[in-house]
Design a protein. Structure first.
Length: 394
């Protein structure tokens, strides 16, 4: 099932409208975190290290709706924690569908199959399943055996019921390009709508600090993975220019305001990855955050190696609409799976920075304007001690 034309149109007109209004900074995807609780403790996760009393809390549906209306983005990504552990997640999703928001509900899929009867298939809802590799690699990344098999069964069950399903993959420095490519092949065979991939990068609180990628490692890995991808028939739910950026073939600067994050504490500054305080309102976040302090060009060491989708996917979408070169490159990649060298801009010199932990998450930051597909395709169907999250399972 391809991305609905209505979604592509909604996002495209939204971005063009922002540009016509002359707005330099605007949100594209709201990262809505209704809870931090999870039923896994993945090696690269830095989002669940909170005291027990925080992990037990849930945002109410009304809080979620208020944040969505305040931010007013066309798309909402629901990460966590594990959203399917929220006792009112079906009510939250139904309310967002009623508001005609395109939702990517991120899940490790442990509870997905049993939760499917609570939801109704809709063009506005996609389950974004966390898959970090084939069985061996994925189970190692999530620190529990058997999760890959559970996730793939849940994908099949969701597709059989008519749900949209995408996947999100975080890669680390032990990723083998051939195995990643084999994973893409397998996910396509499962019938997922599209895949999203992002490099791993180190939360200071993550249990494993040895496997995060630095920028040079990311581009080297992505070049090997995406060698002639147009011959593979892979579908990516990402901007072509973001994938070009991951390969080191297109310069982008981070736009942290493009994916604002709202959680139990409020509007997180400056982004989903860095936690440097909270704003009481969306307007306060946008107007009182010193955005010049963030992004690689700022010289901020916490941003030096970050190439994560939540900061750069909005940048890629803006670049696609910002110049004839960006639009032509996006169109070429969408139609033919590649960008000609003559369309690629010369790379600008980056500011010297020292690496520091930034973070990454498995949250989906989708691009819903363009979907990379082969030219010939089959028509689609429509500081306190944290407790282990597994101690809080209900």
């Amino acid at each position: 099932m391809a991305i609905p034309i209505s979604q592509m149109w909604t996002v495209a007109t939204y971005v063009l409208g922002q540009r016509l209004r002359g707005r330099k900074r605007y949100p594209l995807v709201l990262m809505l975190e209704p809870l931090f609780r999870c039923n896994l403790a993945c090696m690269g996760c830095g989002k669940i290290q909170h005291p027990a009393e925080i992990l037990r809390k849930n945002m109410s549906p009304e809080q979620c709706f208020s944040a969505v209306e305040e931010c007013n983005t066309p798309m909402v990504s629901i990460p966590g924690g594990e959203p399917l552990m929220h006792p009112q997640i079906d009510e939250i999703v139904a309310g967002l569908v009623e508001r005609k928001k395109y939702i990517y509900l991120c899940t490790n899929a442990i509870k997905l199959e049993e939760a499917l009867p609570k939801f109704t298939p809709s063009k506005y809802l996609s389950f974004s399943v966390h898959i970090d590799g084939l069985a061996e690699e994925h189970d190692r990344a999530v620190c529990r055996e058997g999760i890959y098999d559970i996730a793939t069964r849940a994908i099949k069950a969701a597709r059989a019921r008519g749900f949209r399903v995408t996947t999100n993959t975080t890669l680390y420095n032990d990723a083998e390009p051939a195995r990643v490519r084999a994973m893409f092949d397998e996910l396509m065979q499962l019938g997922v709508e599209g895949m999203m991939v992002s490099p791993g990068y180190g939360y200071a609180k993550a249990p494993d600090q040895d496997h995060f990628l630095v920028r040079e490692q990311t581009t080297a890995l992505m070049r090997k993975i995406f060698e002639r991808p147009w011959r593979k028939g892979w579908h990516f739910n990402q901007s072509p220019l973001y994938l070009e950026f991951l390969r080191g073939d297109w310069d982008l600067e981070c736009t942290p305001w493009g994916s604002p994050a709202y959680n139990l504490f409020g509007w997180q500054r400056p982004c989903y990855l860095l936690d440097e305080g909270y704003a009481a309102s969306f307007d306060e976040l946008m107007n009182e955050t010193d955005w010049e302090r963030y992004g690689r060009a700022s010289g901020n060491g916490k941003c030096a190696d970050c190439m994560v989708h939540c900061g750069y996917e909005p940048s890629a979408v803006a670049a696609a609409f910002g110049s004839w070169r960006g639009f032509a490159a996006t169109a070429s990649a969408t139609l033919f799976g590649r960008v000609p060298n003559w369309l690629r801009p010369k790379k600008a010199a980056a500011s010297p920075v020292k690496s520091a932990s930034c973070g990454n998450g498995s949250a989906q930051v989708p691009n819903a304007v363009f979907q990379i597909e082969p030219l010939k395709k089959t028509p689609a169907n429509s500081s306190e001690k944290a407790v282990e999250p597994t101690q809080l399972l209900s």
